[in-house]
Write a protein that binds this ligand. Structure first.
Ligand code: GLU
Length: 476
């Protein structure tokens, strides 16, 4: 397989949207599959929209998910620098080449004049094309006027690795600005120069670039360079699938997800499954397997849904797969007030019991604090429980007293605790939904807990009985 070189080329103008990191992951998988390289290029030419912290945020996000770039702003490589603002001389050389060959000219108009042309077209109900207003004698370009590409309008048909064959008529082609008056290139020019200089073989990007592709094709020809393979990513849709995903759908940036207790493995798995599948029902994929199985051919053209419930489920699955020791490492910053002070051995015991119940690492305090400290009794929980509110407080107390008596003669092993609990269903003539919920509340005063026998075994006999006694003796 020929080595593939891909690039992720974000503009550091804000935080990294999940849609962008999705493209970065696909770039990475494609390059690594062929033994090639994945490059990070900072497209920081829009100085008005530049955000200082954004570049670090992007790099941190990629590193956190182990979407490791081989070359980038902080990783030297043969075609650097990898920040466009540090490549200005290079763009100038290419721009001058176009001036020389008669394929670029200095734009002499003021913004007001251009606005006037636009209005004129509007009045005539024609699409505005700058090329209809080319100056007869453009001034010599001195680097301070905008420089425009002199297009050669024609029809194009091109191949997109995802979308198949695309085409557009000559009306899609116009004279666009390639160098701005501040000396910076536009995206439309810079990315073409850079992709060529950096030997990029495949360009993956969103659908918003399809409309400009004929212009790019025209520019490739003028520069006499080959173009890379284009692959257009499907848009990511909101969970309901009816519109493009936005912030209000709860989609966060990657670092926020990590702070919220999602595992990098789960995020990578989740992102990979948005708009890609290998034709099977398989859901769980690790990075290694994704690298082997990924293919552009299996990316759908239509939008791909962002299903946050699926992400939560995947996260739970990935948490279950970790060894307890590894889980402990990941949980370091997630313990509750009391849990974080506990001895490591105790923490490990608790993790072994709660692991299956964790959907995110953030669930840890709610699922674990009651193991380390006696929880505060909260009878409201019993009153609010759908099942438990059906029985009176007196009946509850009776059940608890019978439970205490039975447990006092129980050997403290999970299997024995389990059979005592089963016997108690008969002794109290009650359903699991009632009896077990009651016991669970009285031990934990929490909305969730691991399975009852495991919880009780870990609490120990004395602590279990003492908590049940406290609950039984409290008469509202
Ligand atoms: N800087 C462009 C953006 O962030 C990159 C698009 C591309 O991948 O070529 O939208």
């Amino acid at each position: 397989m020929k080595q593939i070189r891909t690039r992720f080329a974000p503009s550091p103008t804000g935080f990294l949207h999940v849609g962008s990191i999705h493209t970065a992951l696909f770039d990475y998988l494609l390059a690594k599959q062929s033994g090639g390289q994945f490059i990070l290029r900072s497209e920081d030419t829009d100085r008005a929209r530049f955000v200082d912290a954004a570049e670090n945020h992007i790099m941190d996000s990629l590193k956190a998910l182990e979407i490791n770039y081989d070359e980038g702003p902080d990783k030297a490589g043969p075609y650097g620098p990898y920040r466009q603002s540090e490549r200005l001389k290079l763009y100038k050389v290419w721009a001058e080449k176009l001036v020389k060959s008669g394929r670029a000219y200095a734009d002499p108009y003021t913004p007001e004049q251009v606005q006037e042309f636009r209005k004129q077209a509007e009045n005539e109900q024609k699409p505005f094309l700058f090329r209809n207003h080319r100056p007869a004698k453009p001034p010599t370009w001195d680097g301070t006027q905008p420089l425009r590409f002199k297009s050669e309008p024609k029809k194009y048909t091109w191949q997109d690795a995802v979308m198949g064959q695309l085409s557009a008529g000559a009306e899609a082609i116009d004279d666009f600005i390639i160098m701005k008056s501040d000396g910076y290139p536009t995206y439309n020019f810079a990315h073409i120069v850079d992709d060529f200089e950096m030997k990029i073989t495949h360009v993956l990007r969103g659908q918003e670039f399809i409309a400009s592709t004929p212009n790019y094709l025209n520019l490739y020809e003028a520069l006499e360079i080959d173009r890379p393979i284009f692959a257009t990513m499907p848009p990511i849709l909101a969970p309901a699938g009816n519109r493009k995903l936005s912030k209000r759908d709860g989609a966060q940036d990657v670092l926020e997800y990590l702070r919220d207790g999602y595992l990098p493995e789960a995020l990578v798995n989740f992102l990979a499954k948005i708009g890609w599948n290998d034709g099977t029902e398989q859901e769980i994929y690790a990075m290694d397997e994704l690298i082997k199985k990924f293919s552009l051919e299996r990316i759908p053209r239509a939008g791909a849904r962002f299903d946050d419930k699926k992400l939560l489920w995947l996260n739970g699955q990935w948490i279950k797969k970790l060894s307890v020791a590894e889980l402990a490492k990941r949980c370091q910053d997630f313990w509750g007030e009391v849990g974080k002070e506990a001895k490591e051995a105790e923490q490990l015991e608790v993790l072994a019991v709660v692991q299956d119940r964790l959907k995110t690492l953030k669930d840890l305090p709610a699922l674990s604090e009651y193991f380390f400290a006696t929880p505060t009794l909260d009878l409201k929980m019993l009153e609010n429980d759908k099942q438990l509110k059906k029985i009176s407080r007196t009946e509850q107390v009776e059940m608890l007293e019978k439970t205490i008596a039975k447990l006092e003669t129980t050997d403290w092993e999970i299997a024995k605790i389990q059979s005592s609990l089963n016997e108690l269903l008969e002794i109290t003539d009650s359903k699991p939904m009632i009896l077990f919920s009651l016991i669970r509340y009285c031990l934990t005063w929490a909305a969730f807990s691991p399975a009852l026998p495991e919880t009780m075994a870990l609490l120990g006999k004395n602590q279990t009985i003492s908590r049940l006694k406290t609950a039984a003796s409290f008469r509202a």
